[in-house]
Design a protein around this ligand. Structure first.
Ligand code: RNT
Ligand code: ZN
Length: 415
């Protein structure tokens, strides 16, 4: 029954001048970077179970991955239920220490080789993140901005090591790795010196980025934030700080959907930022009242972001990554729901009758522009989505949920 709907949907979209076949092949060309940290509540595999730095997952749903092997198994299950070819976004605290543990400033490619090999077999590109939290030297709430030169130097070495690892990931996989810097540095209460830590952050980043790496293998991104747990009054790496830094050094800006005032539009930032930096990284997320990192759903902010990427012709300059972590529901399902919703938002944007809307706007017919924007909301986009899932050999509708439930009873419940 469901598959008979697509030809009708194709006709209806064609009446608006939209070629659904072209849209389906465009959608298939977009990769979303799945964040490893949804699989174990941002725990990592360093074994000391430390948390801190404003990264906090809530919930205790059973079955979380405890080893690189388990995390890969879970990711394989999730990826099999998501249409398209995607990427893996790995944090440095997920190193594979089967050959012996080292501290973060001594990480090498060999600690990530099993991840790279796995990505190769899965046909996935890879993105990377230094981990500046969950570590004894991050307990003061300062890393790259620490006033102690020894601590700051440790984190600089970590940053340098991670760029080398990222570049090698990109080289081996034949697709540039985006290595994203996010630090938790800030203060709970009102600081007197806001300037010093920012000067130190600029100096630390310049040291980390000193070595030029080939852009066909590696790209650097920096991620700002408004506030965090323990950094309510001051975040060193604010939006203004990183925007200035990225513009002056030609780095990528990472826009995390949960890192701005709740009434700000992240979608609106895209065309401003891309006017001055070469590319952006997105952390698609869902903040509920604050930076809560809820699982992404097909909501208005996510739709608006994807509309901007399509309307502005920005897809080729945007790296779409996910950033949420919910420990209160099945973690494989969380990946599937969040990624499928992100792709649905992108599909909706691609299905927009762009030429028609632009024409109306150019003519100054804002009445028709608003009318059409409202009318297209009730076109049968679900039938096009179902067709996409079918063609990509992934479950249609909620059929994927049955598969996740089976995996839960066969695998997750035995952990
Ligand atoms: C934290 C940032 C950051 C992290 C990941 C784990 O507020 O959003 O991107 O979520 O690095
Ligand atoms: Zn983020």
């Amino acid at each position: 029954m469901r598959d008979s709907l697509y030809p009708i949907a194709r006709e209806l979209y064609a009446e608006h001048g939209v070629d659904t076949e072209a849209v389906l092949s465009q959608l298939a060309s977009v990769a979303v970077s799945l964040h490893c940290w949804q699989g174990d509540d941002v725990g990592g595999f360093e074994g000391d179970g430390l948390t801190g730095g404003g990264i906090q997952a809530t919930g205790n749903y059973p079955g979380k991955a405890r080893t690189p092997g388990e995390l890969r198994q879970d990711l394989e299950k999730a990826l099999s239920l998501i249409p398209g070819k995607h990427r893996l976004n790995l944090h440095a605290c997920y190193a594979d220490f089967s050959g012996g543990k080292v501290d973060r400033d001594a990480l090498e490619v060999k600690h990530f080789q099993s991840w790279i090999d796995w990505c190769k077999t899965q046909g996935l590109g890879m993105d990377f993140n230094p981990t500046y939290f969950s570590h004894p030297l991050a307990n003061d709430g300062a890393t790259l901005t620490h006033a102690d030169e020894g601590v700051r130097a440790f984190w600089i070495r970590h940053g340098i090591a991670c760029r080398e690892i990222g570049a090698e990931m990109g080289r081996q996989l034949g697709s540039a790795t985006v290595t994203n810097v996010w630090i938790p540095d800030g203060s709970k209460d009102l600081p007197v010196d806001r300037k010093g830590p920012r000067q130190r952050l600029e100096a630390s980043l310049d040291e980390i980025f000193r070595k030029e790496l080939p852009t066909e293998h590696h790209l650097d991104a920096v991620e700002s934030k408004l506030f965090g747990i323990g950094s309510e009054s001051y975040v060193v790496g604010s939006n203004e700080f990183y925007l200035g830094y990225a513009v002056s050094r030609s780095k990528l800006v990472c826009l995390d959907a949960g890192h701005f005032h709740p009434t700000e539009s992240v979608a609106d930032k895209i065309s401003s930022v891309l006017q001055f930096v070469p590319e952006i990284l997105l952390h698609v997320s869902r903040g509920v009242r604050w930076d809560s990192d809820h699982v992404v759903i097909l909501d208005d902010p996510t739709k608006a972001i994807m509309e901007e990427l399509v309307r502005g012709g920005f897809l080729g300059r945007t790296h779409i990554g996910l950033d949420f972590f919910d420990a209160s529901i099945n973690r494989v399902a969380a990946w599937v729901i969040g990624t499928r919703s992100t792709l649905k938002a992108l599909l909706l944007a691609l299905l927009e009758p762009a030429a028609k809307l632009r024409g109306l706007e150019a003519e100054g017919d804002f009445t028709s522009r608003l009318a059409i924007l409202e009318e297209i909301k009730s076109l049968p986009f679900g039938a096009v989505w179902d067709e996409y899932c079918r063609r990509q050999d992934t479950p249609v509708g909620e059929d994927w949920l049955r598969e996740v439930k089976r995996y839960e009873s066969d695998v997750l419940s035995k952990r």
